[in-house]
Design a protein around this ligand. Structure first.
Ligand code: PMV
Length: 359
C-alpha cells in the first residue's frame, strides 16, 4: 500500500466547527471474508449485497480543541462503553486524517435494526463514522467523489473489515482479485456488472438468536491463521469470486443459490473445524435452513439462504417472490424466530449524506 496516497496534509485548513450526518447501510457477503492479516487486510477477496433498510444513522459534531476528545451517544443516551472501539478506530486512522487530533467530537448514532438483533452493526457503524470524518476533509481539501468514497472505504476497513464494502451499492468487492478490475486489499470497489434480477434481491433476516455472540469475529478471523483447511478455503474463495462474477452477469439464479449456500456453510464449517472449534448455529438456524430447502423443492421457488457470523438466517430471493416469501415466513418460519422477529431488507444503493454544516 502506498501510505502517502491516503495521508492528508497536516496543515490542511479544516473548519473550526460543524456537524455532518450520514446514513450508512449494513451489507451481507455472498463470498465471505474470513481470515485476515494485520492490519485489517483480507486473506481472500469477498463480495456483498449492500442493504437498504438496516443502516446506522450517525451525526458527528466537532469543534476545534487542543487535543482530541470524544463523546458517544446512542439513541440519545451517552454510552461510554462504545468509546474503546471508537478510540481504537481513531488511533488507526489518525495518521491518514491528522486533523482528528484537534477536535472535540460528539458522535450521535442510532441503528434502524434492534441493537441486540445479532446483526453486526460494525459494518454500518464504522462506515457511517468514516464518512462523517472524511466529510470534514472533503470540505477542506475538495476531494472528488471517487477519491472521497475510496478513502472512506479505506478508513471504514480500519474500523471493521466488512465495513469497507458498505460504502458502495448495489454491491461491493473487497480484496485484490485478478478478475475484478481495480480491486484492492486496502479498500472496496463498487460492483454493478449485475443482471437486473439481482438488483431487486430481497433479504429477509430471520432473527434466531439476538444474544451477544459467544465468539467475536476478531477471534474467528484469528483462528484462520493456523487453520488446517485455510489454504484450501482461500483458494476456494478465489474460485468462487470468479464463478459468481459470471453468475451475476448471466442472471442464473440456480447457480447463484448453489454458490451462495456453499459459501455460507463453508464459513461455518471453518468455525466448527478451527482449534479451538466453535459453533454459532442454533437449533433453529438448522430448522429454518431445512424448511427453506423443503419449500424450494416442493414449490420450485428459488429461495436461498446465507449466514453471517451468527445464528440468524438471511433468506434471499428476487423481488417477484416477495409475497410468497412473506406468507411462507408467517406460516412456517416465524415459529423458529426469537420473539417471532424478522427484518425485511433488500439490495440498496449505499450511504446517504443527511446533513452538512460547517463554520
Ligand atoms: O468485518 P468483520 O470483522 O465483522 O467480519 C465479517 C465476517 C463475515 O461477516 C462473516 C463475512 C463478511 O465478509 O462479511
Amino acid at each position: 500500500m502506498i501510505q502517502e496516497e491516503y495521508t492528508t496534509e497536516a496543515t490542511l485548513s479544516v473548519p473550526e466547527s460543524g456537524t455532518v450526518a450520514w446514513e450508512s447501510p449494513s451489507n451481507i457477503a455472498l463470498v465471505k471474508y474470513w481470515g485476515k492479516k494485520p492490519v485489517q487486510l483480507p486473506a481472500n477477496a469477498s463480495i456483498s449485497f449492500t442493504l437498504k433498510n438496516c443502516y446506522t444513522a450517525t451525526k458527528l459534531s466537532f469543534s476545534k480543541a487542543d487535543k482530541r476528545s470524544v463523546k458517544v451517544f446512542v439513541g440519545g443516551q451517552e454510552q461510554p462503553s462504545f468509546l474503546k472501539k471508537i478510540e481504537t478506530f481513531f488511533e488507526r486512522i489518525e495518521s491518514y486524517c491528522p486533523y482528528i487530533n484537534h477536535y472535540a467530537f460528539k458522535i450521535e448514532t442510532e441503528n434502524t435494526f434492534p441493537h441486540s438483533s445479532g446483526i453486526a452493526s460494525s459494518a454500518s457503524g464504522f462506515s457511517a463514522l468514516a464518512l462523517c470524518v472524511l466529510s470534514i476533509e472533503r470540505k477542506a481539501a475538495g476531494l472528488s467523489d471517487a477519491d472521497f468514497y475510496k478513502k472512506a472505504s479505506f478508513l471504514s476497513r480500519l474500523g471493521s473489515g466488512s465495513a469497507c464494502r458498505s460504502v458502495y451499492g448495489p454491491m461491493g468487492v473487497w480484496g485484490a482479485h485478478a478478475d475484478y478490475t481495480g480491486s484492492s486489499n486496502d479498500f472496496a470497489v463498487p460492483y454493478d456488472d449485475v443482471h437486473d434480477v439481482f438488483k431487486t434481491y430481497q433479504d429477509t433476516i430471520l432473527l434466531v438468536d439476538k444474544g451477544e455472540k459467544k465468539v467475536s469475529s476478531t477471534l474467528g478471523h484469528d483462528l484462520m491463521n493456523d487453520h488446517p483447511f485455510a489454504a484450501n478455503r482461500f483458494e476456494q474463495a478465489r474460485n468462487h469470486m470468479l464463478e459468481l462474477q459470471k453468475i451475476l452477469k448471466s442472471g442464473n439464479i440456480l447457480d447463484f443459490n448453489r454458490l451462495v449456500e456453499k459459501e455460507a456453510l463453508t464459513l461455518h464449517a471453518m468455525m466448527m473445524t478451527s482449534d479451538p472449534y466453535f459453533m454459532l448455529f442454533k437449533p433453529n438456524t438448522l430448522n429454518i435452513i431445512h424448511k427453506v430447502w423443503e419449500k424450494r423443492t416442493s414449490d420450485n421457488i428459488p429461495f436461498t439462504i446465507t449466514l453471517d457470523a451468527g445464528a440468524n438466517v438471511h433468506l434471499l430471493y428476487p423481488a417477484e417472490y416477495k409475497q410468497l416469501a412473506l406468507d411462507f415466513i408467517k406460516d412456517e418460519l416465524i415459529a423458529y424466530c426469537q420473539n417471532e422477529q424478522y427484518i425485511c431488507d433488500e439490495v440498496g444503493n449505499g450511504p446517504l449524506l443527511k446533513m452538512e454544516h460547517y463554520a
